[in-house]
Structures are given as C-alpha cells and as structure tokens.
Design a protein around this ligand. Sequence first.
Ligand code: FEO
Length: 169
Amino acid sequence: MISNELQKELITQLNKEYHSAYIYLGMSAYCSKEGFNGAANWFLIQYQEEVAHGMKLFKYLEDQDVEIQLPSIESVEVEYKSLLDVFKKSLAHEQKMTKNLNILSDLAMKDKDHATYNLLQWYVTEQVEEEATVKAIIDHIKLVGDNGYGLYTIDKELSGRTFTDPTAN
Ligand code: FEO
C-alpha cells in the first residue's frame, strides 16, 4: 500500500511526465518553425518518450489501486532564442525532473515502499541517459557556433532519431 503522501506525489509526477511531453512538443514546433526539421523530429521523439514515461507510471498506479487524478497540464513555452537555447532549456528541464525523482525516491525509501522505490529507480536511471544525450548535443552545437553548415549537419544527424519505447525493457 502506497502512503497517501507518496500517492499524491506520484500523481504529481504523472502530471509532470505529460507536462514534459507537452514541453517537447512545443520545442518541436519551435524547431520546425525555424527550419530545423531534424531537431523538430528529435523533440517529437522526445515527446513520445515522455508519453511512454507517463504511461508506465499510470499503469503502476492502476496496479497499486491508486485513485487516479488527472490535473490539468500547465501551458508551455513555444518561443526560444536559438537551437542552442532550446537544447539548454531541455537540459535544465531534465535536471529539474531528476531532482524531483530523487526527492520521490527518498520518500519511498522513508516509507520502506520497495515496489515504488524500484519503479522510481527505473526513472532515475533513465534520467542519466537523457541528460547525457542532451549534454552531448549541446556540446556539439557549441562547437559549431553560428556556422550554418555546422548547424545544418547537426540538424541532419538529429533527423535520424527514431522512436524505441524506453519502457519496453
Ligand atoms: Fe520523463 Fe525526460 O523525464
């Protein structure tokens, strides 16, 4: 049985996963508007990943007989300064998510709720990969600076990203 406090926090986390999806949809829209179609594709896949994160948590809450609440999803930014800016904001967002997941893990540990703690560790591990991927893209963009051909090449690389369900394993 998940404690009431933890149930409330997990539902907030569920909302945050869908909010993350929405943020990435906005980032995809920005990139598409600016002609970075590869980056638009990359963020669209990021959107799909966040939906999968949300679904994993949703299913867990259902399995644990938690009464599901679905609060409204906060509106998101769709304007950014540059390709670098949009990826930097993406990293800052993921770092915030990691912090939240650590707080949730602490709470599950305090409650001796091993099942929820285990679930949260899946998310914590996923965050490490997400942050590392975005950091590598940021480094790459910084390297080329304002060079049009460099940005074109990065955008082309980002167009190759395809969706693999992160929750499938
Ligand atoms: Fe589901 Fe990128 O955090």
